[in-house]
Design a protein around this ligand. Structure first.
Ligand SMILES: [Zn+2]
Length: 490
């Protein structure tokens, strides 16, 4: 079977807003032609607002929307009505170029109904490497309103493995870093999966969770939670109301925040002299080592390493005092950060810097190699899926993850290749996957009549899933994985 990328995901989708902006620009070009020579026409913030952009607010008119430094708004900074193109590094403002583009991409967690197909938002998913501060980051940022809203479909506590992980993280912080009358703050506290271990022990705590419906679930469980975005202003208010914190926690949230300088400045202000910031995020070293390109999607603005974070924290008189690798999310790193000189630095930090040097995380060539590896992975996965299809095999997918959106849209996996994606999350069931529009079915569908092959999108939970799905293998079924390489496994 020949593989042809379907028309609906080829190139950019024309939204009404985009057409409006293009028409405005075309009109300006026409006006300039009539007026004779002069500077190239520029779209202004007013033009973009008139086109209905929520990204460009009046308060940031004429400035970069996610960073406080002035940067003139010009075409194509506003690319499709949902995202902002970044020409400079979000950390050090050096010029930045993408090293890989995954093409036009829908919102990773934007599972949708048939009626929503026509208004589905797209942007360009691409990552760049900053040669100056070594930070790997997205080069186009999606409007947060598009990603985190009242129907945000991710509840941490739905995974038993994650619950155990956060219990152990809370235990470790309690044992090492809490002083007298402790106070603990967590950003992106979700449904309280980690903070409840402090609440249950009677420890003063505060969750900061922007998704209102998720925050409400936490409050019902007795976790003190406010529904706001954390920045230096909120840090001031929290300090005034509750005093400084012993620990500031963040799991899979710091890498989501483009305005990282404001968050780190807030943390600096909020921490007691011996207070610590403990956070973990998917680790760049693992992504490069495993070729796990599906960690790259709209919500992850940054792909951290010790090397790049050293640069960020140094600007705020903070330093990394400990690091610990984690198995979560296919390879994460937990960083412990303190005021400079407040705590001894463990040998693990220097050891990790050496590992990063050996991995080549500071060299641009490493990212070129990564791009070639990702392209090969895509071609091998499509060749395998098309062969199975040609052989008359039934193929389904397992786990309607955010990560899977990058894979389906980048590779061009469509409903004629994958019958459906099985998922246990009720809010996603009977909807369609973003961009590729593969139906999402409840797990019962999978168990009722096993497919011949199941593409394992939730590969980071492979051990847990394989232990649960022994009957699938006994029925003759096989798993398809694509990290670290494409292969069928029993
Ligand atoms: Zn930089």
């Amino acid at each position: 079977m020949e593989w042809n990328k379907p028309p609906e995901i080829r190139g950019r989708r024309e939204t009404e807003r985009q057409q409006f902006v293009r028409a405005t620009y075309a009109q300006k070009v026409e006006e300039k032609r009539e007026a004779g020579d002069g500077p190239a026409p520029q779209l202004t913030a007013d033009d973009l607002r008139a086109a209905g952009s929520r990204t460009i607010g009046p308060e940031v008119s004429g400035k970069c929307v996610t960073f406080c430094e002035p940067s003139p708004i010009s075409w194509p900074i506003f690319s499709c009505g949902v995202a902002t193109a970044m020409k400079s590094c979000l950390i050090c403002k050096s010029a930045i170029e993408p090293f890989i583009s995954f093409g036009r991409m829908p919102i990773a967690n934007g599972f949708l109904t048939k009626e929503q197909f026509a208004v589905e938002p797209f942007y360009e998913l691409a990552t760049g490497f900053c040669k100056t501060c070594k930070m790997v980051q997205l080069t186009e940022l999606v409007d947060p309103d598009k990603m985190f809203h009242e129907n945000y479909a991710f509840f941490s506590s739905t995974s038993a493995g994650m619950a155990a992980h956060f219990e152990s993280m809370a235990k470790s912080v309690k044992a090492k870093y809490l002083g007298p009358d402790p106070f603990v703050v967590e950003i992106g506290s979700n449904d309280g999966i980690m903070l409840r271990h402090f609440a249950d022990a009677g420890i003063r705590h505060l969750g900061v969770e922007p998704s209102a419906n998720v925050a409400e679930v936490a409050r019902r469980r007795g976790i003190t939670t406010i529904s706001e975005f954390f920045d230096v202003n909120l840090a001031k208010r929290i300090t005034a109301e509750h005093g400084q914190a012993d620990a500031f926690l963040g799991a899979n949230v710091m890498c989501h925040i483009p305005t990282l300088h404001s968050v780190v400045a807030g943390v600096k202000m909020l921490l007691k002299p011996r207070g610590v910031l403990v956070f973990e995020d998917p680790y760049l070293g693992d992504i490069i080592e495993k070729g796990s390109y599906d960690q790259i999607y709209d919500e992850h603005a940054f792909y951290f390493s010790v090397t790049s974070l050293d640069h960020l924290f140094a600007e705020h008189e903070l330093e990394i005092i400990d690091v610990a690798s984690q198995l979560t999310h296919g390879g994460s790193m937990r960083y412990t950060v303190a005021h400079r000189g407040a705590w001894p630095v463990t040998p693990a930090v220097a050891a990790q810097r050496i590992k990063e040097t050996n991995l080549g995380l500071s060299r641009a060539e490493t990212y070129e190699q990564f791009r070639r590896r990702v392209e090969t992975s895509r071609d091998e996965l499509m060749a395998l899926l098309c062969k199975l299809k040609a052989d008359g095999k039934r193929v389904a997918a397992y786990g309607a993850t955010s990560k899977s959106t990058t894979v389906t849209n980048y590779c061009g996996i469509t409903p004629d290749i994958i019958e459906y994606i099985s998922d246990t999350t009720s809010i996603k069931q009977n909807k369609f996957s973003p961009g590729a529009h593969i139906p999402v079915k409840p797990h019962a569908e999978f168990a009722k009549r096993y497919p011949d092959y199941a593409l394992l999108f939730a590969w980071n939970h492979a051990a847990e899933i394989k232990a649960k799905e022994t009957a699938f293998i006994e029925s003759g079924g096989r798993w398809i994985v694509y990290v670290p390489r494409v292969e069928a496994q029993s």
